[in-house]
Design a protein around this ligand. Sequence first.
Ligand SMILES: NC(=O)c1ccc[n+]([C@@H]2O[C@H](COP(=O)([O-])OP(=O)(O)OC[C@H]3O[C@@H](n4cnc5c(N)ncnc54)[C@H](OP(=O)(O)O)[C@@H]3O)[C@@H](O)[C@H]2O)c1
Length: 369
Amino acid sequence: MPSNKAAYLEKVHVSPFQVRDAPYTSPGPKEIVIRNRAVAINPIDWILQDKGDLTFTWIKHPFVLGSDTAGEVVEVGSGITRFQVGDRVCGLALATDKHYNRSAEGAFQLYTILQDNMASPVPATMSYEEASVIPLGLSTAACALFQRDVLGLQHPKVPTPQPTGKTLLVWGGSTSVGCNAIQLAVAAGYDVITTSSPRNFELVKKLGATEAFDYNSPTVVNDIVKAFEGRTSAGALALGKGSADACIDILSRCKGDKFVAMATFPLPDPEPTRLVLLQTIIYFVSANIRLSIKSALKGIKTKFINGSDLAQNEVGKAMFEDFLPHALANNSYICAPEPQVFGSGLEMLQAACDLQKKGVSAKKIVVTL
Ligand SMILES: NC(=O)c1ccc[n+]([C@@H]2O[C@H](COP(=O)([O-])OP(=O)(O)OC[C@H]3O[C@@H](n4cnc5c(N)ncnc54)[C@H](OP(=O)(O)O)[C@@H]3O)[C@@H](O)[C@H]2O)c1
């Protein structure tokens, strides 16, 4: 049995992660174990370190975080037919999801359990670093776009189906989730209008967006409403601070579907320094009440999404089995945002999370293992 090591979050608010021996867990019938070679960092990693006591309250510490991984298969469960030992894969590690909730499924270690429906083969021409940027961005975007109780769009296919004639608004197209949302929507037959900083217009257009607008422009809402003239909305995905308000304002003035999927939870900015828990809860609750009233008055439906919910429904298989392997194999899916390799080894994960927290622009921080 391989000997495992993990970067443990000992407790909420405790930094750095502690690197030490960890159990190696064999896979259940519908699981595989991979030797992680590259893991990518997401905001949720440092959010859970800083505020896990407010958010994912089911997690018991010490715990192994990490959602995005790529590596090779070292063991397969008895019911697995899609993968063999030695296969190169990327996948969404589900440790922090309430339904799975165990360190064996965290990516911040050498060996991680992945659920069969949350892993995709990676072509030999693609590096693990590139592949590691995909899973959580794709999963979160897919939860928003394809779950029936959210935007309920038709699924992406290879080759791309006939155009639907509808346009999706992706606010925050240069985020990791946004880069995947643009590509998934286009591969499902939708046009995409998006926002980013001007320096990332070229990127979001390369990913398939028809038009891109600067989210910092004072006229951005009016400009997007104008761009929607003659178009029919397929709804909106709101990513980033202020995105939900803007998407509600825009869709209320456009023809078509009036549903905003929201991924960014309202948190106080700057962070309170006193009575942190109380102030954060008050801010969160009042921001939600205000958004609910505003969306109801404007006739817009809204829903917060959880980026790992697809593991429990048909969208997981639709993405990681039916779509992504084919899209990666024929080079029609771009690993975006680009990986920025920060270093190698479990010891680098804390500094990598700290760097992600400072803010990135169309980059995904990656650590090789
Ligand atoms: N609910 C869930 O399950 C779930 C899962 C994953 C992520 N999320 C949330 O989704 C959001 C995106 O996550 P991520 O990992 O994709 O982010 P990320 O890649 O770390 O985001 C970095 C990007 O954010 C963009 N940005 C900054 N402020 C913005 C704003 N006000 N409006 C639009 N874009 C803005 C920047 O764009 P420019 O450089 O172009 O300015 C930058 O490229 C975060 O709020 C994250 O917490 C939620």
